[in-house]
Design a protein around this ligand. Structure first.
Ligand SMILES: Cc1ncc(C[n+]2csc(CCOP(=O)(O)OP(=O)(O)O)c2C)c(N)n1
Ligand SMILES: [Mg+2]
Length: 204
């Protein structure tokens, strides 16, 4: 198995710009961030009540997004996670395809690395194709993005199309400044529940 270290350094898209261009100042999306860099990317755009960063639960982001999407069918749920995190919970794609929440969209920022722990190459730097896995599972909308033009073209699918939607966005392997979201679990839970349900209902 060849792990290609150099390729990801040459990908044109930069993760911070990708995330900023996807979420902008939107407060209507329910955002789930995979642990580490993807959550930092969202925090760099702006930490908001509609954002649930995961500080652990590696491999669980897509499944947490699925539960949220099923529970809140009138809201768009966007999961932004990393390739290492998605690889760890790949089985989620089968369940997501079968439950098929139309309001769920998953974006994998694929730098072909475990960035957080020192940049070890992941299986996507070799032969593993997460879009192929999602397609084989039967996820309705699947796309791979490498260029800025492809990102623009994919935006309506990522943000609006009836899903489930799954996109792999190849991003340059680079270390960004750490901009950490809040860490306190109780605070994050209460803040997110209030954002989703309103202050009164969130108290129950
Ligand atoms: C179960 C578990 N294993 C390992 C870790 C350590 N860990 C934290 S983040 C991370 C890498 C995440 O890689 P990826 O999802 O690709 O994100 P990137 O930083 O590359 O954007 C690892 C291995 C962990 N937190 N939990
Ligand atoms: Mg990664």
């Amino acid at each position: 198995m060849t792990m290609d270290r150099a390729r990801a350094e040459a990908y044109p898209l930069r993760r911070r710009e990708v995330v900023a261009s996807l979420i902008g100042q939107r407060t209507d999306l329910l955002l789930v961030g995979g642990l580490g860099a993807p959550s930092n990317d969202i925090a760099a755009v702006g930490d908001r009540p509609n954002f649930m960063p995961l500080w652990g639960a590696m491999g669980g982001a897509a499944m947490i997004g699925m539960g949220l999407a099923l529970a809140q069918p009138s809201k768009r749920v966007l999961v932004i996670t990393g390739d290492g995190e998605m690889l760890m919970g790949m089985g989620a794609l089968a369940t997501i395809a079968v439950k098929a929440p139309g309001n769920l969209s998953i974006v994998v920022l694929d730098n072909e690395r475990y960035g957080e722990t020192g940049g070890q190459t992941t299986h996507t730097s070799a032969r593993v194709d997460l879009c192929g896995v999602a397609e084989a599972c039967g996820i309705r909308v699947v796309g791979k993005v490498v260029t800025a033009a492809e990102l623009e073209a994919a935006k309506p699918a990522i943000l609006e199309f009836a899903g489930p939607c799954f996109h792999v966005i190849k991003v340059k392997a680079e270390q960004e400044e750490m901009i950490l979201p809040p860490k306190d679990g109780h605070y994050l839970r209460d803040r997110f529940r209030t954002a989703v349900l309103g202050a009164e209902a969130a108290k129950l």
